[in-house]
Design a protein around this ligand. Structure first.
Ligand SMILES: Cc1cc2nc3c(=O)[nH]c(=O)nc-3n(C[C@H](O)[C@H](O)[C@H](O)COP(=O)(O)OP(=O)(O)OC[C@H]3O[C@@H](n4cnc5c(N)ncnc54)[C@H](O)[C@@H]3O)c2cc1C
Length: 406
């Protein structure tokens, strides 16, 4: 990963133990100054102590602030607030030239827009100023199931066009394990046999997860508001699962993952798919290839977001359509079986290539420079300029092979 480059022990930046500071007031707004090495779970804990919280998240919080801002940082809040990179006001960066720069949309913007979504290519983020808002205390959380893809995607797009929900995601279910795992948080044992028979019939079931935040002041009306929202949707009426949780338990819903024995491989594929081709993608991949994979431990995430919440000046790359879907195929394999999933992922990319579906990889992985040039498309020129300006010796993250050929 770092052949000819450097490895930085980011946690050593937190020697004084005060890597998260919360500022602001009601008239100017609130924000947190956070070390790039800090984990989002710690940002959540520290800000909640002041009754505040960031507004855009990832599903998993044991990730560093610098690491997610180097990609995008997406989850069910992205449709309304944009990715995490859209909710950062200012950064401190050490460029590949060793220059220390404070940057924002107006100050040194070329560094700012370069490093956010910049895959660690232009500088090391040592501090980020993150937008905060008053935190709600609780959430209403439902899972809805669908057997028909076009009704499913229509409902997902309806939800992200509305201001009513605070979080919208989706899951693809191809085996019972997924819903078995739901049992602990969303008790559904009586419906399990219905789900299993639907799965046997169809091979895949589609699910939407919707959340609405509330607090003491809105506790009296939240159920009514949620019912109004659900009335606009066309899920299978018997298959709705609801729960209620604290904001912390909801945001920190994915427990820390530890794989210290090397017993698992995670050959993931994350894609952004333009809305105009989503039905072709379902026919060719989701409804056919995915059930045939017969994977028992994978998690498949699938939901639309709005392009207008992304700033085109950022280094992050997305499809050129107003709405696009994020797909996360989070495979878990035994270390000696990862090739099955690598091949499966490649087959999907090949299918898209042949069908002319212009997907973009999120958390991209390519082995040739030509593929990177294609990935960046019209942004390739500016990406090259940024590299020449901020890391001319190409010492930052060479293992991605964007500029350092194999
Ligand atoms: C279990 C799991 C769940 C995830 N869930 C989501 C999700 O819901 N949404 C989402 O958007 N992403 C998700 N991701 C992907 C995640 O955003 C990236 O893997 C990100 O790089 C993680 O940050 P990290 O702290 O682990 O980075 P590391 O693995 O430590 O770093 C990865 C690379 O990022 C760059 N980098 C890291 N820190 C900095 C810095 N301070 N300055 C500049 N460059 C830096 C470097 O190039 C580095 O090589 C998930 C990843 C995992 C492992």
């Amino acid at each position: 990963m770092t052949c000819g480059g450097i490895v930085v022990n980011m946690t050593s930046l937190n020697k004084d133990g005060i890597g998260i500071r919360v500022y602001g007031n009601n008239s100017l707004g609130f924000y947190a100054d956070v070390g790039g090495e800090q984990l989002w779970i710690d940002v959540l804990r520290a800000t909640l102590e002041r009754g505040l919280a960031p507004i855009s998240w990832t599903d998993y919080l044991y990730l560093s602030v610098g690491g997610t801002l180097s990609n995008a940082g997406i989850s069910g809040q992205t449709f309304s607030h944009g990715p995490q990179i859209n909710n950062v006001i200012e950064l401190d960066v050490i460029t590949g030239k060793g220059e220390f720069m404070t940057c924002s949309r107006n100050r040194n913007p070329e560094v700012f827009f370069g490093v956010i979504g910049g895959l660690g290519q232009f500088g090391i983020i040592t501090r980020a100023r993150i937008v905060l808002e008053e935190a709600p205390t609780r959430v209403k959380w439902v899972r809805l199931l669908y057997s028909n893809f076009s009704i499913y995607s229509r409902d997902q797009e309806h939800l992200i066009s509305s201001k009513a929900p605070n979080y919208v995601e989706g899951f693809l279910i191809t085996n019972e394990n997924t819903t078995n795992e739901w049992r602990s948080s969303f008790s559904s044992p009586s419906k399990q046999s219905d789900i299993v028979s639907l799965l046997k019939k169809q091979g895949i079931i589609y699910s939407i997860e919707v959340v609405k935040y509330y607090d003491n002041q809105t506790a009296g009306t939240i159920d009514q508001e949620f019912q109004k929202l659900l009335k606009e949707l066309n899920f299978i009426p018997e298959l709705i699962f609801s729960t209620d949780a604290s904001l912390f338990d909801f945001l920190a819903r994915v427990p820390i993952l530890i794989n210290d024995k090397g017993l698992e491989s995670h050959p993931w594929l994350n894609l952004f798919i333009p809305k105009s081709r989503i039905s072709d993608f379902n026919d060719g991949v989701l409804a056919t290839m995915l059930p045939r994979l017969n994977e028992t431990a994978g998690l498949y995430i699938f939901y639309p977001v709005n392009r207008n919440k992304w700033d085109d000046r950022m280094s992050a790359v997305i499809p050129d359509e107003d709405i696009f879907y994020g797909l996360g195929l989070l495979h878990t394999s035994r270390p000696d079986e990862y090739q099955i999933y690598d091949k499966f992922n490649n087959d999907i990319l090949e299918f898209c290539e042949k069908a002319g579906i212009e997907v973009k990889q999120y958390l991209p992985h390519y082995t040739s420079k030509a593929d990177w040039i294609k990935h960046y498309g019209s942004k390739w020129g500016i990406i090259q300029q940024r590299k020449a300006m901020f890391d001319p010796k190409k010492i930052l993250s060479p293992g991605q092979r964007i500029f350092n050929s194999a």
